[in-house]
Design a protein around this ligand. Structure first.
Ligand SMILES: [Fe+2]
Ligand SMILES: [Fe+2]
Length: 245
C-alpha cells in the first residue's frame, strides 16, 4: 500500500498569492500533479491548508485535491479554521469548530488523523476529549497496525525555535496511543525534514508543499515543494521524501 503525505500548503484567498516568496497554489498544484502520476492508494494532508483562515483557500485546496485518483483526508494545523474547513471540504464530518479527525481502515491498517490544534496558539495541544476519541478509535478498529498523523511534532526536532511550538503535551498522546500497535507517526508544521522516536516507534516530520524553513531560524531556506511517500509492506513502513524540483 502506498500513502502520500502532503503538508502545509498555506493557501490564501487569492490564488495568485505569494507567501514568504512561494507561489503557494502553484506549488501545491505541482505536488498534486506528481501524485496523479504516482497513483497512491491514499493521500493525507497534515494541516496548515490555509494561511489566512479564508474559506476561499479551502475552495482552492478542494479544486486541486479533486484531481487525485484516490481517496484523501486531512487534519487542521495552527493556521486553519475548523469551521471554514468544514464549510468547503465535504470529506470532513461533524459540525462547527469540533475537532477535525479521522479513523480510516486502509488494507487492515488504521490511519488515524489527530487534531492537535489549540485555539489561538501556534504550538499544539491535545485535550482529554480528543485523547478519549483516539482510545475509542483504536479499540473499535481491528487493525494490524496504526499510522498516526498530527500537525505538530510529538518530540524534539533538533531546532530550538521549532521545539518552542511543537506539541505541548506529548505524554497525553502517548497515553492515548498506548494500546495501539503503532507503526509510525507522521507530522507537518516544521517545514523541514526530521525523524525521531515516539513510543519506541519512528516519527517523521515532512517538508511543506509551500516553503521550507531553516532549522536554525524560522527563515525560508528553500521554495522546492515536497511530499512524503509512505509504503506499507507486510507490516513494515518504508518512507522517503520527494522534492519536486
Ligand atoms: Fe505551516
Ligand atoms: Fe503549523
Amino acid at each position: 500500500m502506498l500513502i502520500a503525505q502532503l503538508t502545509d500548503p498555506h493557501l490564501q484567498a487569492d490564488r495568485d498569492a505569494v507567501v514568504r516568496g512561494a507561489p503557494v497554489y502553484t506549488q501545491l498544484e505541482k505536488v498534486v500533479t506528481e501524485l496523479v502520476s504516482t497513483r497512491p492508494d491514499w493521500v493525507i494532508c497534515t494541516g496548515d491548508i490555509a494561511d489566512d483562515l479564508s474559506s476561499e483557500a479551502y475552495g482552492h485546496f478542494l479544486s486541486l485535491m479533486e484531481a487525485l485518483p484516490c481517496p484523501w483526508a486531512c487534519i487542521p494545523g495552527n493556521h486553519d479554521s475548523r469551521s471554514a474547513m468544514r464549510e468547503r471540504l465535504p470529506v470532513i464530518s461533524g459540525r462547527g469548530d469540533a475537532p477535525v479527525q479521522f479513523a480510516l481502515m486502509a488494507d487492515r491498517i488504521l490511519l488515524l488523523g489527530i487534531d492537535t490544534m489549540a485555539a489561538g496558539c501556534v504550538e499544539g495541544e491535545l485535550d482529554w476529549q480528543r485523547a478519549d476519541w483516539i482510545r475509542a478509535a483504536v479499540a473499535s478498529h481491528k487493525a494490524e497496525g496504526v499510522l498516526a498523523f498530527t500537525h505538530h511534532p510529538p518530540g524534539p526536532t533538533g531546532s530550538a525555535w521549532m521545539d518552542e511550538i511543537r506539541l505541548r503535551n506529548p505524554e497525553l498522546l502517548a497515553t492515548a496511543l498506548a494500546g495501539a500497535r503503532l507503526l509510525a507517526l507522521f507530522c507537518g508544521h516544521t517545514h523541514f525534514e526530521h525523524q525521531g522516536e515516539f513510543l519506541g516507534r519512528p516519527w517523521y516530520a515532512t517538508p511543506a508543499t509551500s516553503f521550507q524553513f531553516s532549522r536554525e531560524r524560522p527563515v525560508v531556506q528553500s521554495l522546492v515543494p515536497a511530499w512524503r511517500e509512505i509504503r506499507i509492506e507486510k507490516g513494515c513502513v518504508r518512507t522517503v521524501v520527494h522534492r519536486c524540483d
